[in-house]
Design a protein. Sequence first.
Length: 282
Amino acid sequence: MPKDRRTLLSLIKCLDRISKMPEKTESIADQILKSTTNKMMEKLGSKGDNKPFIVSIEGNIGSGKSTMLNYFDRFKDVELIPEPVAEWCNVNGHNLLGKLYEDPNRWSFQFQSYVQLTRLQLLKKPTTCSVKIIERSLQNNRYCFLENHRKEETLQPAELSVLYNWFSFLENNMEIHLDLIVYLRTSPEVAYDRLKQRGRKEEAGVPMEFIQHLHQCYEEWLMSEKFGPPPAPVLVLDADQGIESMLKTYEKYTDEIRGVKPYVVDDVKSVESTTVEAIQTA
């Protein structure tokens, strides 16, 4: 037990004994007990509440999530948490990501189960930084990827129920909150072209239809709010732009993304006013 907490408990016990003394001392003891307890709890609470500002980068395959992570690598107060793709490709020698793309009907449940575990492990890993930027979130798994599996029927109803229940348990019993979501919004065509250009072995067989379906799931989750309000404010960025333009955008919103400057929804939405229509009709 931490020293401050032991001291607090001892003091409370002592003051409790004082409070049970004759009536003339009661009001004084009560005042001391109330004042001291409040101050000590504030002190202890301030230590426990020293949580990082958690930002999730969301977006389709090829939307530029790695580029965004690389940009924020320059800040010492930011811990970057990329997706653990290497772990997904080597689970005791088994390449789950590769197996997923080869035969999604056979491997989707195993892959999504492991993805949920690894995301939770990374989210809960202690940090000394004031900001955590994670590449996709547990919420993404539930409201985007699992929904995509449901639509494509690559997960059976019973398998979906198991994964839904696991997420509900985490949401209700563990601290998995997000403070900000950055949605790198791309058209399916641009995302698919980038996927082909980078030539990752595991992604070689990903069809255009998968990218289109995933895009639709993102739109339903973060834009039309099919499942209710997203778990955090959503900063929507037009990620169809080239790298140089995106770097300027990240520079503009650096303070909001690092939690230094308050997030203003209207200002963010106005940035996308010229591209939203085109993406929605893609």
